[in-house]
Design a binder for this molecule. Structure first.
Ligand SMILES: [Zn+2]
Length: 881
């Protein structure tokens, strides 16, 4: 194993040995705008107590120029192996002072200090992203979350730039005419992965938030930062409004005054994830600055992300998980608080619907893979930590917390949280610390609950039988492994009315502890109207997979869109989708239902259910591309396009539905076969050249989606794509152009992309690699990449060794061969792609655990796809006699 991959055992040992007091980090970024300069100066001085005479210090960079231990020089070539320094000659039980002078590397992968040049104005921007273990790509660190220390950061940067870090500026001193050295105030004790440094000619606006705390007033300066070329899209009023609402809300709930001085939020280019909770300097993906009209769902998503990060300032930054095993201690809480606060503090009532419809689907899928794990996970090393930012850690954990809040009550839950903050402020904590606090205030024993919900893996499946003659519904658990897991849930009974609305007529709450429970739905009329629908886990109170009984499923396929309550509707769609994934329901029936009545109520578009559409459109795309056999795929893409186009032209002008269906039309339209291409291209052409449907705003984003679709149909060439980029020479357009270029049905371009993405060192940034892979995986042209299935397997370990994990993960996932065509004579597990994956796993038992996990997950997805395709093929064969 590479020394870059620190194990939990090593971290625990180091933690027992060390008490780290302070870091002084001095960075020289004056050469950042020069593309020839690959690295920057980094001088770190650390003071710490050590019980032993030697210790490991982490640094990943270009070179180490000097190392001093208590004034004594060590030879860098003797003590640094490229990832870690072995410090020797420490003074046990005394304060040691170590200085490392090094050259760190500017990053193009989004890990470490990322460097970006804006194609619009040529300006250079730098920002850090360090979770879980990339602080060592900027300065020498003890890279583990529980070794917290105060930190003073100095940055020398070109004059005229702004530098933003965790704390307010203490001083800014010119260095000659060309540079300024900025020193920031010392941080409170902070984990290394939470360090932030962002430098460049940022555009910025400011405000202030105040609140009475006891007898004094807490005043927190607020800042918003983005690239100069995006200034026109920074909707500061809305962003500050959400920020202030959130700070008010959390102060009320958490009872611990905001401890980080200021609150800057910075929108960063080529950002790998949604956002990162660096205290005082939260970084966000630039997609949250909308360059085209956002839908209400997108605004809600942004609010959710902002409030998620803000919750981390307490859950994560103030009290930090001691090791990545307890990542959920921050992520599950932030996910739960983000959704809850979007509803309670920021006026996005649909947030729980999105959570049920999209986030929990992510969790259910992850929890049913062979790589599932408990919410409180077993994370043996740093590579495993990075793989664990998954649906279980986020969405299942949040759903479980929702159950916990219902179980102990709101008041006890937040009293427990306050006690936990007071007890562990600026420290690190484990699962047991949270349970102690919650038990103390609630008076309940939570160990059994924690064992069942946090320390076991897997998802329960719930189904119902009845109602029988007495109006009794039997709720049954069909997953025996988790039989002791307690659920508080509700069951709803629905009947359609004459207009096609599906109305809830009965609802009952129940506790499920064993295999099943009888629920008395008083006055239910079992002999009454049919069809009808019984919905287990109505209101989405618990975390469980819903299996509708057969009659209920038929009702859902006809009437799901007519469910007035969007939360119930999301539950029903999720149940149908899970049946498709599990080869219990042909994708064609699900797709037809979505296109006919998703988001329709009383014969009209229902804006209240629009929040569900992007997820359902995504499910349709997956259903056609992965879960239908080849013989049905071409017709299904054409039908999906026709359905989306019909919904688009029938939608209210300027509505969110109109935009959602326009996006769906571009997604489906780009995949149709040669026979349908002329008609589809003609209609898509209306979005570019007009006349477009009335009220539909064709912004940059929709224009590029259309161009990508037309490229997939071979209707635009490179010259036209270049012209579109010249008209809008932004970074985002550049990425879209690459997707369109690679997505064209041209075998030579695929071969070029195959070589480009794996070139090392990479010419392409993280964003460009993702953009190329998006074109590569366009499902309409999978035949074009079939020849790369074989070489794929021989390159996996090399990618993993060479590339930073962020890029390696994208290559392993983005280039994984698809199940294009199943062979009826073989089982799903024996289909060539699935068999090749298992052969690779068998032959590479010593490969890194994180890589094996990825391959195993993709093998499982491929097997699932093969199973669904085989089921449909068998049905087709049976129908044809
Ligand atoms: Zn988070």
């Amino acid at each position: 194993m590479s020394s870059a991959n620190l194990t939990r055992a090593e971290a625990e040992q180091r933690s027992a040995n060390l008490e780290v007091h302070a870091y002084d980090v001095d960075l020289d970024l004056t050469g950042a705008a020069d593309p020839e300069r690959t690295g920057f100066g980094s001088v770190t001085t650390i003071t710490f107590l050590s019980e032993q005479e030697d210790v490991r210090l982490d640094f990943l960079g270009e070179s180490v120029e000097g190392v001093e231990v208590n004034g004594r020089a060590l030879d860098p070539s003797q003590v640094w192996d490229g990832a870690a320094l072995r410090l020797t000659g420490l003074a046990p039980h005394r304060t040691n002072r170590v200085t490392v002078r090094a050259v760190a590397a500017y990053s193009r992968t989004g890990q470490g200090l990322h460097r970006f040049v804006d194609p619009l104005d040529g300006e250079t921007y730098l920002y850090s992203h360090l979770e879980p273990a990339d602080a060592r790509r900027i300065f020498a660190t003890f890279e583990q979350p529980d070794l917290k220390a105060t930190r003073i950061v100095h940055v020398t940067a070109p004059a005229g730039w702004s530098v933003v870090a965790n704390m307010p500026v203490a001083s800014a001193v010119p260095v000659g005419d060309e540079a300024v050295r900025t020193t920031f105030q010392p941080t409170p004790p902070l984990s290394t992965y939470l360090t932030a440094v962002c430098a460049g000619p940022w555009h910025h606006v400011h405000d202030v938030w105040t609140r009475r705390v006891g007898a004094s007033t807490l005043e927190v300066p607020l800042g918003l930062w983005c690239r100069a070329s995006l200034a026109q899209h920074l909707d500061a009023d809305a962003l500050f409004d959400t920020t202030k609402r959130g700070l008010d809300h959390y102060h009320q709930l958490f009872g611990f005054p905001y401890p980080w001085g200021k609150y800057d939020q910075l929108f960063a280019p080529e950002y790998n994830i949604g956002a990162m909770e660096n205290p005082g300097c939260i970084t966000f993906n630039e997609k949250y600055l909308f360059t085209s009209r956002p839908t209400r769902q997108e605004l809600a998503q942004r609010s959710n992300t902002m409030l998620h990060e803000m919750a981390h300032l307490w859950f994560g930054d103030l009290v930090t998980p001691a090791w990545w095993d307890d990542l959920w201690l921050k992520e599950s809480f932030a996910e739960y608080m983000g959704v809850r606060s979007s509803v309670e503090a920021d006026d996005h009532p649909e947030a729980w619907v999105s959570f049920a419809g999209a986030r929990k689907a992510w969790a259910y899928a992850a929890d049913r893979r062979p790589t599932t794990h408990p919410v409180a996970a077993d994370i043996p090393d740093l590579e495993a930590a990075r793989q664990n930012f998954d649906g279980i850690t986020y969405a299942k954990g949040a759903a479980v917390l929702k159950q916990l809040v219902a179980y102990v009550g709101d008041e006890a839950f937040f009293s427990g949280a306050r006690l936990y903050f007071a007890r562990h402020a600026f420290g690190a904590a484990r699962l047991v610390d949270l349970l102690d606090a919650l038990e103390e205030v609630s008076g309940r024993n939570l160990r059994a609950w924690a064992e069942q919900w946090l320390q076991t893996s897997g998802v329960d499946e719930l189904t119902t039988e009845g109602p029988g003659p007495e109006g009794i519904i039997h709720l049954r658990r069909t997953s025996p492994d988790t039989a002791r897991r307690p659920h508080r849930l509700s069951v709803g009974l629905y009947l359609p009315d004459s207009t096609g609305r599906l109305l809830r007529t009965h609802r009952a709450e129940a506790d499920l502890v064993g295999d099943g429970v009888d629920i008395d739905l008083v006055d239910a009329d079992p002999a009454g109207e049919r069809p009808r629908l019984v919905l287990p886990n109505d209101d989405d109170l618990t975390y469980a997979l819903t299996r509708l009984d057969p009659a209920s499923r038929d009702t859902a396929l006809t009437y799901a869109g007519g469910m007035v309550d969007p939360l119930a509707q999301s539950q029903v769609w999720a149940a149908l989708w899970n049946d498709v994934r599990d080869a219990r329901l042909p994708a064609t029936r699900f797709i037809a239902a979505v296109l006919q009545h998703a988001g329709r109520l009383d014969g009209r578009d229902d804006e209240g259910a629009t929040v569900l559409l992007p997820h359902l459109v995504g499910d349709v795309a997956t259903g056609v591309s992965d879960l239908l056999p080849r013989c049905l795929r071409e017709a299904a893409w054409a039908d999906a396009f026709d359905g989306a186009w019909t919904r688009l032209v029938g939608a209210d002008p300027g509505s969110d539905q109109q935009l959602a269906w326009a996006r769906a039309a571009t997604l489906f339209g780009g995949q149709v076969g040669a026979e349908d291409a002329p008609g589809v291209a003609a209609r898509l052409g209306l979005l570019l050249d007009g006349p477009a449907p009335e009220g539909l705003e064709i912004g940059s984003e929709l224009r590029w989606r259309t161009l990508i679709a037309l490229a997939g149909l071979d209707r635009v060439d490179d010259a036209e794509l270049d012209a579109a980029l010249a008209a809008e020479p932004t970074a985002r357009a550049r990425a879209h152009r690459l997707t369109a270029r690679v997505g064209r049905p041209d075998a030579r371009v695929r071969a070029w992309a195959w070589e480009q993405v794996q070139r090392y060192p990479s010419e392409w940034s993280n964003e460009e690699i993702s953009a190329a892979l998006a074109g590569w995986t366009m499902p309409g042209h999978r035949d074009l990449v079939a020849e790369f299935a074989e070489p794929y397997w021989s390159r996996l370990t090399r990618w993993w060794e060479r590339f930073p994990i962020e890029i390696a993960t994208r290559l392993v996932s983005g280039l994984f061969p698809a199940v294009v065509d199943v062979d009826l004579t073989r089982e799903a597990v024996d289909q060539p792609v699935v068999a090749a994956a298992h052969r690779w796993l068998d032959e590479h038992t010593g490969a890194p655990g994180a890589l094996r996990r990825l391959v195993l997950e993709h093998a499982d997805a491929a097997e699932r796809a093969a199973r669904a395709q085989l089921t449909v093929l068998e049905q087709v064969a049976a129908e044809n006699g």
